[in-house]
Design a protein around this ligand. Sequence first.
Ligand code: ADP
Length: 476
Amino acid sequence: MSTKDLGSSLKEWAKIWPDGIIAVDHQHKIVDVSETGLNLLQAGKNDLLEKSLHHVLCVNIRNLQHSEEDCPFNGAGNYSNTDVISAVWNKMNGEYIGVDYRIIHFPEDPTIKYILTFIDNRDLDYNRAELDKFAAYINNSPNPIAEFDREGYLIFSNEAMQEHLVSFGFSDEGQARILPVDFQQICRQCVEQKKTISSVEVNVLGRWFSWYFQPVVIQDEITILGYAINISEQKRAQEEARLARERSRRDFYAKMMHELRTPLNAIVGFADVLLWRASKNLSEKDLRLLKTIKNSGLQLNDQISDTLDISKIEAGKMTVELEQFDLQELLSEIDEQMRTLAANKGLIYEFICPGNLDIVTDKRKLRQILLNLISNGVKYTQEGNVTCIVEPIIEKRSIEFRIEDTGIGIAEDQLSGLFQSYQRIKDEKNKGILGTGLGLALVEELVRLLRGTIHVESVYGEGSQFIVTLPSKPLE
Ligand code: ADP
């Protein structure tokens, strides 16, 4: 039988066939439609002939339509004659029709590429206005809504989602910035475990979104629906509440520390008076006990001062008072105190500083930094010396302070957490050396405040160098 005969017989069958039939040419244009087909689609022949299948039949509700490239008719070759496909098509009276259709291929026919046979699959009396309304809900939602296939590729996005995508130039990279970092894993969980995944927070250019991903089965195919809510306001309120809590905790802490100071001064003061007045009448043991009371009081006082200073810096309340002064002068001021401290342990302290070396910085804070680092050097050195070397670095318009010791040193794996508050190294060599772990944390904050840097070099068992670099003048 020739193709021509087949074509004409088809026409005869089509008249009596209960399914609608549409014949389509190689350009996916409608060549012919059976009577039943016209009835089902509420169309006259002229509405359909010569028209593209995609443009006539595929539903486009408020632009929520697949593109022509993604149109199932374009991929008609992928379907076999026995596949039944469900879809919603346009009727020509403005309503929609739910259909089950098959694609019957005519591989050898020069005019007809395939025919579609279709039936009204449900009693789907779709009302265009109703569907338009639901589509509008999705499209006009201020929250991003999107549909992804099982691999995580975007199938559909509403306007809010598109707005985000456009701001990143619609690239894959942009999509990755809107979606959670572990999006591929989320898709796998949704598909494999049929699990809804909620409250996944993502920051998009300073705005916070909480995503909700839900697997949905449509015509045996699983897709993933994603909804995002803008939670920036909520986040801001949470952050404000956290800061307020932090502030009140800090205020309480600071008040308590101040309160502790009065009785502490009394303890240290009266221990001093007793030492002075009664030392001759006391036994060696009692004298030692009294000295311990005084020294512990002084240590607690230092600890309180460091804590108050750190809180003040963290609260942004520590001000910097700049003045110009000669560094030799400052180092000479602290020299006696440090020499005595070192000599008490049989150590030698010295400083090396060129004369007439001026700096413009906060003198009180620089003194605090140096005292902390030098006294640490003394504290963690059993024999040898502690040296403070000051050198200008002309090309960087800065001054370097190197505090070197021949002490216990610091193991390399301990260096990273050294400047954290209350961080003390647990080591055999440290045993019995008292401290709070606040000194270096305070030093780091003070150096930062003076726009400088600090770093440490150390050889375990041999000694350490703490190197502070400060601008010789603050930047304009
Ligand atoms: P503290 O000395 O009160 O414990 P710091 O914050 O000053 O607190 O120091 C933190 C830790 O760093 C110390 O516990 C000590 O283990 C180590 N450390 C600081 N300075 C030196 C140093 N010069 N030599 C060896 N270890 C040091």
